[in-house]
Design a protein around this ligand. Structure first.
Ligand code: SF4
Length: 358
């Protein structure tokens, strides 16, 4: 296993410091970001750590936690004559009966876009209705808020499915079955919300470090958490200060407040988490697909039979503990949502191996 750092010497130094500061007892550190999991697996970071230091992967993959009901609703709209526009990663995520890719193969009008602006442009040139599937965390929510705020064409609307990360962290910290000693907070999300929302976790005795996506960023975050633990501190520290500030992006926050209300949300495999989602405010209801259309999807199936994504997303199991991992379920033929995209834990563990590329 080798380091692939641009600054290999510094990387080795940080790893040595982690080993020298490691506690005698086992330490479990959780991150809540699919890109962090990708960095960790791709670069084999787990192989560099003390054996009694465990890095856990939380519910940080937006595609994975998008509820089956929301996917079924998107498919319903695509089959009802609207053009459904979505990010590429969502295409193969299984709904109750099929994925958006399968619906498209069946004749539904599903298109892939890189941003909501592409969908607005499509609506400007379309004769039919265009619905954008607005998934993701605080990172993607501001651009959807901006699209609504800037008066898009009347034939445009958004099927909102956003999730908020701090309430999910609340649920994890309050879950007696999930034990961890420190939190690595997500870099992209923190760019928008800043570091303040994490202070409540520090107040509960949990060291928190916001970090970026280079292997060195993650190693520094681990080192900073160990230093806090050694000194009996629990604070919010910001390793990603080159991007993240204490207050975050105020303009993006104001835009979200203008367009969205905070609402309860269902996290696939986990369940409903209070105040962990967003709903479009009534004053913008003409751009809310749920207000605009009579959507009826009936009963939904949370996860495909036998898929353990709920346990994977809460770090109660590893992908290798799922009997379908690498057999029925591979990145080429994903059976469950955690195997589909680059931020899914199962996807990364299959692609790179638990301990990185051999
Ligand atoms: S390997 Fe596939 S079926 Fe198993 S938990 Fe992961 S996504 Fe679900």
């Amino acid at each position: 296993m080798s380091l692939e750092f641009r600054d290999r010497a510094l990387g080795k130094k940080v790893v040595r410091l982690i080993h020298s500061l490691m506690l005698d007892d086992a330490v479990r550190i959780m991150h809540v970001c699919g890109t962090h999991e990708q960095t960790i697996t791709k670069h084999g970071l787990r192989t560099l750590l003390p054996l009694n230091l465990e890095l856990l992967s939380g519910p940080g993959c937006p595609v994975c936690v998008t509820s089956t009901k929301d996917i079924d609703e998107a498919i319903f709209l695509a089959k009802s004559g609207a053009t459904l526009v979505t990010y590429g990663d969502m295409m193969r995520v299984p709904g109750s009966d099929m994925s958006l890719a399968e619906a498209k193969a069946d004749g539904a009008d599903v298109k892939v876009a890189y941003s909501v602006n592409d969908a607005v442009r499509m609506a400007s040139n379309a004769k039919n209705d265009v619905v954008f599937f607005g998934i993701g965390f605080e990172t993607t929510a501001p651009s959807n808020a901006a699209a609504i705020f800037n008066k898009p064409p009347e034939n445009f609307s958004i099927l909102i499915s956003h999730k908020l990360v701090p309430p999910a962290m609340d649920a994890l910290v309050g879950d007696g079955d999930v034990n961890f000693d420190g939190l690595i907070a997500p870099g992209h999300v923190s760019t928008i919300i800043g570091t303040r929302p994490y202070e409540r976790f520090a107040g509960m005795g949990m060291p928190v470090v916001v970090t970026g996506f280079e292997p060195l960023d993650v190693l520094f975050a681990i080192l900073m958490i160990l230093k806090q633990m050694r000194k009996g501190r629990s604070e919010v520290e910001n390793e990603y200060a080159r991007v993240v500030t204490e207050q975050g992006n105020r303009k993006a926050q104001e835009l979200m407040d203008e367009v969205f209300d905070v609402a309860d949300a269902y996290w696939r495999g986990i369940g409903e988490i209070a105040n962990s989602g967003l709903a479009i405010k009534p004053k913008f209801c003409q751009f809310d697909a749920r207000e605009k259309y009579d959507i009826d999807v009936g009963e939904v199936q949370d996860l495909p039979l036998g898929c353990s994504c709920g346990l994977i997303l809460t770090a109660k199991a590893t992908p290798e503990e799922c009997e379908l991992f690498g057999k029925t379920c591979t990145p080429e033929n994903p059976y469950g949502p955690c195997m589909v995209g680059a931020e899914g834990t199962c996807h990364n563990w299959w692609k790179y191996g638990r301990y990185g590329v051999e």
